[in-house]
Design a protein around this ligand. Structure first.
Ligand code: SAM
Length: 321
């Protein structure tokens, strides 16, 4: 598929639910309650993804949310999607809370790999940011996921000024200890939480500056289709670790966008920070209508802007970050 700016779209970010065990202060407003109405079923999700893979060359799907692991039928969804010929990469982004118990089952069902969000290694700060006293469960989940082969596993950390800035060095050491990559993400002004943005935002350059006590050299690596600017960081203790910076605000990567986003209720989002362009549900319910589905997809591709707006419209957990 191509959008109206000539970009090839082959990557689906699919939100399975708006529900999450956590309520990260920068992600989900206090009043947000997930309503489970109108969510796509496992069978509808399979039909949708099969259509995108076989008719439109989508090769990569990332399950997100909310937290995908809150869905009782997640293993079934993974099994259905993993069986689709031509889907090369089936990944998931999660808060990691259930991985200790479930990682092996996800891997057996056909999941390729996971990204796990981890904003602090300080138990109290972790609880304060996420609303859950679950740091040890997330760390155990990360270790189980690595042991289960859900690799390469990447850590995602949103960096907040005067909050978890001091965690940059410990988190890099944590990643180096496990031989995994960590990506530091710039805070985005999303929906009703956008007004806090200016007080909490810190740029990737400032993050790198903060890391100079631990990192002696930054060796740029080839940037794949991924949104992160990847480096191999040479640490003072001689170890090397993969560190990426995701810079939606200081240096957007929209020209390389290869994504289309679909939320759990079937809403199509041409851009993470944009308005929805319509819904694919009428093309799946009461029965699969490929012509109607293509029409909705085309509308969404045509609605993709060259660059994202300065402020996002929706709550991150609804669209699936
Ligand atoms: N629940 C899963 C998780 O915790 O990773 C998946 C959904 S979460 C919305 C996906 C990613 O979006 C997380 O890494 C989260 O930290 C990030 N995120 C949420 N709000 C954000 C914001 N305002 N700016 C930048 N990243 C954000």
């Amino acid at each position: 598929m191509h959008d109206n700016h000539g970009r090839t779209i082959h990557y689906l970010r699919l939100s399975l639910t708006g529900a999450c065990h956590m309520r990260c202060t920068y992600c989900r407003p206090n009043y947000d309650r997930n309503t489970k109405s109108n969510m796509m079923t496992a069978a509808e999700i399979e039909t949708l993804v099969r259509h995108l893979v076989t008719e439109h060359g989508v090769t990569k799907v990332r399950l997100t949310g909310g937290d995908p692991t809150t869905r009782a039928d997640l293993v079934e969804i993974i099994e259905r999607l993993a069986a689709i010929d031509g889907l090369c990469d089936l990944a998931m982004t999660t808060n990691g809370l259930t991985l200790k118990r479930m990682a092996e089952r996800y891997a057996k069902a056909g999941l390729s790999r996971v990204n796990v969000s981890l904003d602090s290694l300080d138990r109290e700060q972790f609880a304060q940011i996420t609303g859950v006293d679950g740091l040890r469960h997330v760390i155990a989940g990360i270790d189980t996921a690595i042991a289960s082969g859900l690799t390469p596993l990447k850590i995602n950390t949103v960096v907040l000024r005067d909050e978890n800035e001091t965690q940059l060095n410990p988190l890099v050491q944590f990643a180096a200890d496990r031989g995994i990559e960590i990506r530091f993400i710039e805070l985005m002004p999303m929906g009703p939480l956008a007004e806090q943005w200016a007080d909490r935002y810190i740029s990737a350059d400032q993050m790198r500056h903060r890391l100079q006590t631990a990192v002696v050299r930054w060796l740029p690596r080839h940037q794949s289709s991924d949104s992160a600017k990847p480096y191999t960081a040479l640490l003072r203790d001689g170890r090397e670790v993969g560190v990426g910076f995701i810079t939606p605000m200081s240096c957007n990567f929209c020209s390389a966008c290869s994504r289309i986003r679909i939320a759990a209720d079937g809403m199509l989002y041409p851009c993470l920070m944009g308005q929805p362009s319509g819904s694919i549900l009428p093309a799946l319910r009461p029965r699969y209508d490929p012509v109607c589905l293509d029409r909705a997809l085309l509308e969404s591709l045509n609605a993709k802007a060259a660059e994202h707006p300065q402020q996002g419209f929706v709550v991150m957990t609804h669209i699936g970050g």
